[in-house]
Design a protein around this ligand. Sequence first.
Ligand code: NAG
Ligand code: NAG
Ligand code: NAG
Length: 469
Amino acid sequence: MAQGWALLLLLLLPRQLGVVLAVRAPGFGRSSARSLSPEENEFSEEEPVLVLSPEEPGRGPATIGCPRDCACSQEGVVDCGGIDLREFPGDLPEHTNHLSLQNNKLEKIPPGAFSELSNLRELYLQNNHLTDEGLDNETFWKLSSLEYLDLSSNNLSRVPAGLPRSLVLLHLEKNAIRSVDADVLTPIRSLEYLLLHSNQLRAQGIHPRAFQGLKRLHTVHLYNNALERVPSGLPRRVRTLMILHNQITGIGRDDFATTYYLEELNLSYNRITSPQVHRDAFRKLRLLRSLDLSGNRLHTLPPGLPRNVHVLKIKRNELVALARGALAGMAQLRELYLTGNRLRNRALGPRAWTDLSGLQLLDIAGNQLTEIPGGLPESLEYLYLQNNKISAVPANAFDATPNLKGIFLRFNKLAVGSVVESAFRKLKHLQVLDIEGNFEFGDVSKDRGRLEKEEEEEDDDDEEEEERR
Ligand SMILES: *[C@@H]1O[C@H](CO)[C@@H](O)[C@H](O)[C@H]1NC(C)=O
Ligand SMILES: *[C@@H]1O[C@H](CO)[C@@H](O)[C@H](O)[C@H]1NC(C)=O
Ligand SMILES: *[C@@H]1O[C@H](CO)[C@@H](O)[C@H](O)[C@H]1NC(C)=O
C-alpha cells in the first residue's frame, strides 16, 4: 500500500514534472522479467538449443585404443572435438557410447566407420564440412543404440538416408538442406525432436509422406527456411511447431487438419495476409495453447482463431480492426499481444473483450489509441499502452479493471491536467505505473506559466460551451 501512496503522491505533483514519473516497485519480479516495451526478442541464431549434457571425459592417461589427440574416459566418452581433424579417427574404443567429433573439418565419413560401435548413444558431428557425398546410406545404419545425432552446421543438402531407427533427437539445422524425401525419416520410429531450421527448404521439398508414421515426433523446428506454404503431411502428433521466419503467405483450410495435438504454433515473421487465412484453418486445434502470428501482414484479427489458446501474439502486423467476434469465446486467453499495429479506439469496440474473462495481460502498445480502451475484462492485471496517443486518464478509466497490477502509459500524449489521479487510487493491487515520457516540457517553470494560462483559457472555453447549451 505504501508503494501505492508514493505513486499517488507523484501523481499529485504534476507541477513538478521534472521528476521521474516512472515508479517501479523494487523486487517486483514479474515486471522486471517483462521489459517495458515487451519487444520481440529479435530473432537470432541463438535459438532453442536442445542438448543433453554429457559428462566430461577425464583427460587422464590415454586408455588403450584412444585415438590420437582425443580424450577417452572409462565410461565410454570419447572427445575428439575441435582438433582440426580432416580424416575420421581410427581406433575408436568399442565401448564408446558418446563420441564428440564436432568443430573439425571432416568432409566425409568412410564406410563402416561406425560399424563396431553398437553402444554409441550420442554422436556429435556438428560444425564440420560434411556433404551428401561424404555420407552413404549405411554410415549410421548399424548404430542401433544411437539416440542423439547432431549433424548441424555442415554442408548437407538433403536429409541423409539410412539413419538408425533408435534416434530420438536429430539435429540437422544450419545446413543447406532442400529436400526431405519420402522414406528417410519414416523408419525412425523413436524420433521425438527434429530440428531442421536454418536450411533452404521450400514446401515442395518436403515430401507429403516425409513424416508419415512418426508417432512420437512432437517437436519440429522448421524456422528460417524458404517455405512458401505450410508443408503438407505434418507429423500427426506434433505438439510444438516452429515455422516462423519463412515466406508463408496464407493458411489453407486443411493445413492443420490432422495435427490435433498441436499445443504451440509459431507462424511469426511470415507473409500471411488476412484474406489468405481460411476461417476454418484452425478448427481442429483444440489443444493449441499458444499461437504466434506476429510480424505478418494481417490487417484484421482473423476470424476462426482457435478458441482455447492461452497466449495469442499478433504483434507487428497491420491490424486496423478486430473482425467482429474475432475474440468471441476465448475464455481461456490469458495473454493477448497486439503490439505495433494500427489500432485506433474505434476498432476496439467496448464489446471486443466481452468473452475474455481470464485475460491477465493485454498489450496494445505502439498503436494509435487516443483513449484508454473501455470494457476491459475485470481479470486484467497488466495493461501495456505505451507509445500510443492517449491524451487523458479520466476518473473512471479503470473502474472495470480493479485488479490491475501494472499500467504502462509511457510515451503517450498525456498532459498535466488530463490525468485524474483518483483513477489510480481505486486500484488496490497496483504495483507499477509507468507514465514517463509524457508531459513533454523543456523548462518546467516556464511551461508551467504557459500551461496555467492555457488551462484557464480552456476553462473559459468550457464555460462558454456550457452556456451555449
Ligand atoms: C559447401 O557447399 C558450398 C555450396 O554448396 C560449396 O561452395 C562449398 O565448397 C562446400 N564446402 C565443402 C567443404 O564441401
Ligand atoms: C543403400 O543403397 C543401396 C543401393 O541403392 C541399397 O542396395 C541398400 O539396401 C541401401 N541400404 C540401406 C541401409 O538402405
Ligand atoms: C515465437 O518465436 C519467437 C522467436 O523465437 C519468440 O520470440 C516468440 O516468443 C515465439 N512465440 C511464442 C508465442 O512463444
